[in-house]
Design a protein around this ligand. Sequence first.
Ligand code: KIV
Length: 285
Amino acid sequence: MDDNIKPVTLRTFQRMKETGEKITMLTAYDYASAKYIDESGVDSILVGDSVGMTVLGYDTTLKVTIDDMLTFTRAVVNGVKRSFVIADMPFLSYHISKEQTTLNAGRLIQAGAKAVKLEGASDFIIDGIKHLSQSGINVVGHLGFTPQYINTIGGYFIQGKSYENTIKLLQAAKKLEDNGAFAIVLEMVPEESAKFISENLNIPTIGIGAGKYCDGQVLVIDDILGKYPGNLPKFVKQYTNLQEIMKNAISQYNQEVKQGLFPENNHAFNLCAEEREKLEYSCNK
Ligand code: KIV
């Protein structure tokens, strides 16, 4: 570890909550992206199960397995020196028993993650979170729109849209906080509701489609880079168009190979003069 680099810890998250400094988080699934995110000073990297859609091309996150998450977590951790790496627990990896939840979370921690993220706040999930935090495994909660419950929710709907539902979300968030979660992702929640929830928690909220008053923000790397071929949700800001850049470069390569323009002399390895002469001599015999 570089002596000059101070890794982000749970204390950093808590300090930022207290001072009002915004927490930055992006998803990553591979070594190179993780390295660029880390070197850009982003505080935290989420190895999201969104990898199922962005990298594996699934239609939902439900098909992602713990083995998938272990591979992508290892790749990300290899690129990171400062950023706090959180790994998503995929669907079915924390739904069977406390023992299995701990085992799966523990494997992600052994892969190098500093914390795991779980969706929901049912009694069963809360029990699992309590068990994990008592076992020394850092936990991030995830409320609002929770993609692993897509079949129950029935679509990509904003959550907490009324006073009553905002209060329910706050109660769920409080349960997460009381049982050991150190941060909560709030997804697709009205800005006013997210503000109210954030102001009534001691732990930081990290918003995605939850407005500017959350303690931090998270987005999917493929979305901000314009790499994912699907539609972008309203809450995403696209900072570049990697899709266009990639397609241009790839079709240029394709054309140049077909036209014999690539490789050029400087892309080739050459024999020394003596060996070349021997080869030419044998060809001419
Ligand atoms: O999997 C993911 O990328 C996430 C973010 C949307 C928060 O959970």
